[in-house]
Design a protein around this ligand. Structure first.
Ligand code: ZN
Ligand code: ZN
Length: 214
């Protein structure tokens, strides 16, 4: 499994290409916008883009999805159905945050906790992590010790919970009970900012560190 991070939109959202080394089958996670930039990397890396995966329904993560799916006839996988209200509000989100008008779409497949998503010979586990949004999911590749966590967890911070249906308690439980147990060595791509590991955040993140760590 290989990956490359492509920051997109004015929010510098970490859109990520993930692909299977042998088949070059690729998925784009969270194409929030800047589709030209994303497709230029797909071409440069000689990948076969075959799927769109979404962590949650916020505009900076999902804004380019409808256009990209239509252009390349791609299936849209995720997020969890609890984020349907966010996807239905993409037009309002575009206006509110000054994004280009997002093309509406309905996911091909909603994801549930414990689902698997496949890419060539590679398989990712889906972990439902509510809190920032109720239908937020994380994509985890066990063999590569890699996760794309969207806006659940950041290096030194956590996702906002002051949006509709946000829940701080749920977010902390998602991080401590679902992500940290995967292991200290897991490297993760957050929705924004630099990569980190679960161990580093368990030890030192002021919002969600584990008091019993070490
Ligand atoms: Zn978000
Ligand atoms: Zn975001």
């Amino acid at each position: 499994m290989q990956y490359e991070i492509i920051p997109v939109t004015g929010f510098q959202q970490n859109c990520t290409l993930v692909w299977c080394d042998s088949s070059k089958d690729a998925a784009v996670i969270d194409p929030g916008g800047d589709l030209d930039k994303i497709l230029a990397r797909v071409e440069a890396l000689q990948l076969k883009l075959s799927q769109i995966w979404l962590t949650h329904g916020h505009i900076d993560h999902a804004g380019g999805t409808g256009e990209l799916a239509e252009k390349l006839n791609l299936p849209i996988i995720g997020p969890h159905k609890e984020d349907e209200f966010w996807l239905e509000a993409l037009a309002q989100q575009s206006q509110m945050f000054g994004f280009p008008a997002a093309q509406p779409f309905t996911p091909t497949r909603w994801l549930e906790d414990g689902d698997e998503v496949k890419l060539g010979e590679e398989s990712f586990q889906v972990i439902h992590c509510p809190g920032h949004t109720p239908g937020h999911v994380v994509f985890y590749h066990e063999g590569a010790q890699f996760a794309q966590v969207g806006d659940v967890l950041f290096q030194g911070s956590i996702g906002r919970t002051d949006f509709p249906k946000g829940n701080h308690g749920d977010l902390i439980r998602s991080i401590r009970e679902k992500l940290f147990p995967l292991g200290d060595d897991i490297r993760f791509v957050p929705g924004h900012g630099p990569m980190s590991t679960f161990g580093r955040e368990r030890e030192s993140n002021p919002f969600c560190s584990d008091p019993n760590y070490g």
